[in-house]
Ligand binder design. Structure first.
Ligand SMILES: Nc1ncnc2c1ncn2[C@@H]1O[C@H](COP(=O)(O)OP(=O)(O)OP(=O)(O)O)[C@@H](O)[C@H]1O
Length: 332
């Protein structure tokens, strides 16, 4: 293969493969690609390898493809230091506005209280809210060795969100490739020392979500729903999305379940009770617990104070959900 042909072949490879390509040789119809696997979890390495195989295998001049992955390149990588990469827990919902981001933040805080080191990625590219929920607005991450260093929050949750990357107060109108590049940078940030990475997914069950799940395959997923039948139908759809991506569903959280009256403290159930639990049972999925619709949750969240960090009944509700997740994490 001439130099020009080689360059043309490289240019035809998908971006993520090209970015990690260390060398590419083609001889007698056999292509050998060496890819830099630094910082990638097992699932990511597999996805990268599959993408390289598919792209090279589709070339008419290539009949056999070999893909080799390099060892870790730099000492800052957790795997290189003997620490395992964080386990990824995705938090998803079938539709927007059900409290997925609120649950993500508070699950992260409650898991920290349970003794884990937890980081948070806000994968909701076009509607990021984690900087507000964790009180890190205005902070900007720095990069070291081309990896983003997560922003520290008062609640011991290092976090990366599009809100930290975009200009403050500006609407995020980035084009698809730029946005997905930002997502990759956040997930490939320096999460050294983190045991569990909670990923707040964008709402819905479209292609973007599926691509993201396939590329950064989470170890498990938590689904958030409100008690209404329609929301539960969407939640079932979200479970289907995770099934399709081969991601085990850890359980279902019912949010905004029961209304806590701010005057008398009494709880009422305008949307009925038990729907989420039976939806979970029908799908053989664990019901992780319910969080009431409570004005203090909204007020504290808006002020950048995660209710799970406190001591009140709201914190207990999140702690109960974290206990279910902890059980799953500790399962052999
Ligand atoms: N249990 C709750 N009680 C009271 N308010 C809540 C509760 N859960 C969430 N909220 C409020 O509802 C609004 C939407 O919540 P949140 O942003 O977490 O939802 P989301 O599903 O992540 O939304 P989006 O689809 O926009 O990402 C926020 O103002 C939040 O404070």
């Amino acid at each position: 293969m001439s130099g020009d042909e080689g360059e043309m072949l490289k240019a035809r490879l998908p971006g993520p493969v090209r970015e990690r390509l260390q060398s590419l040789r083609v001889k007698d119809g056999r292509a050998t690609a060496v890819l830099d696997a630094s910082g990638l979890a097992a699932g990511q390495r597999e996805a990268l390898e599959a993408a390289a195989r598919e792209a090279l295998g589709g070339e008419a001049a290539i009949s056999e493809v070999r893909v080799a992955m390099t060892a870790e390149r730099d000492g800052s990588n957790p795997a290189a230091e003997g620490a395992s990469p964080p386990r990824i827990i995705a938090v998803g919902s079938g539709k927007g506005g059900v409290g997925k981001s609120t649950v993500s933040t508070n699950l992260a805080v409650a898991l920290i209280k349970a003794g884990y080191k937890v980081g948070l990625v806000d994968a909701d590219i076009y509607g990021p809210s984690q900087s507000r929920l964790l009180g890190t607005e205005g902070k900007r991450p720095v990069a070291r060795d081309k990896r983003l260093i997560p922003v520290e929050s008062e609640w011991d949750v290092p976090v990366l969100s599009m809100a930290h990357l975009a200009e403050p107060g500006q609407a995020i109108a980035w084009r698809g490739p730029m946005a997905s590049n930002a997502l990759v940078q956040m997930l490939e940030g320096d999460w050294t020392g983190v045991d569990v990475l909670v990923v707040d997914l964008p709402p819905g069950t479209g292609d973007i979500q599926l691509t993201m799940l396939q590329r950064f395959k989470p170890d498990g997923a938590v689904i958030v729903s409100t008690p209404q039948d329609l929301a539960l139908l969407d939640a079932t759809r979200a479970m289907g999305l995770f099934d399709k991506a081969g991601v085990p569903v850890i359980g279902l959280v019912e949010n905004m379940a029961g209304y806590v009256c701010p005057h008398c403290g009494e709880t009422s159930d305008p949307f009925g009770i038990g729907g989420a639990q039976s939806a979970a049972d029908e799908r053989d999925c664990r019901f992780l617990g319910r969080i009431p619709l409570d004005i203090t949750i909204r007020r504290d969240s808006d002020a950048g104070i995660p209710p799970a960090a406190g001591q009140g009944p709201q914190a207990q509700a999140f702690a109960a959900i974290a206990a279910g997740v902890t059980e799953w994490l500790e399962k052999p």
